[in-house]
Design a binder for this molecule. Sequence first.
Ligand SMILES: C[S@@+](CC[C@H](N)C(=O)[O-])C[C@H]1O[C@@H](n2cnc3c(N)ncnc32)[C@H](O)[C@@H]1O
Length: 226
Amino acid sequence: MAEGVFSRAVAEAEQISGAEATAGDDFVLFAYPDYQTYCKVQEAGNKAKIRAQYVKKSHIAYLAGYLTETCGLISFGLCHGVRRGKEQAWFRRKLPGAPEVIGTDISETATQFPNTVQWDFHEPNPDWAGRADFVYSNSWDHAYDPGKALRAWVECLKPGGVLLLDHTAGHQPRATSALDPFGATEAGLLRILVESCGDLGQVQEVLERMADADYPCRVIVFARNP
Ligand SMILES: C[S@@+](CC[C@H](N)C(=O)[O-])C[C@H]1O[C@@H](n2cnc3c(N)ncnc32)[C@H](O)[C@@H]1O
């Protein structure tokens, strides 16, 4: 995908939003004037980059193997901020036992893709509460309120279920913009996760994947209390 598409999407987000950034030691967070503006910016960015794909199939295959090894047979999973719905399609293909795996996206384009629902991932969904074997996201950097989003995700996990959060160079504080409003160091993301969800579970491990040529990252694994 041409670099110009990305910079145009960010420039458009800046123009629409007038978002203001707050920087801490381990994070940056842009604040929007109101919720409608946040939704408008995210949907415009989604449409501008609708043909792009960030996470790689090989990474989802690795995570599917990890889940099978550590959690056994998966019956229900959620992926948040999926754009074209590729990650849940790849999880469905790689996980044994034909599990139900659903993706969310805030944009109206969600309904164009299989097993994808239009949903703001900050919002708790009673249909999913306490049911998921796993929740996966590489889109936590699009949260306007990261603690609220992370708590909503952990509340979907069943006892012993795991939240998998990718942390790549694109998630660092320096990579934020009006379109990608939140960025954190790994330590910052861990801190916010523990502050918002520490009563519900704990960090189980961090998977080291920085040497992967396709998709260098580390994956935070947070397990809900049994
Ligand atoms: C950087 S893209 C990543 C897409 C996909 N996961 C990938 O790897 O290619 C972020 C996606 O998150 C979506 N998004 C942003 N804010 C969201 C929200 N609050 N709830 C659900 N989806 C959101 C955007 O519309 C966009 O499609």
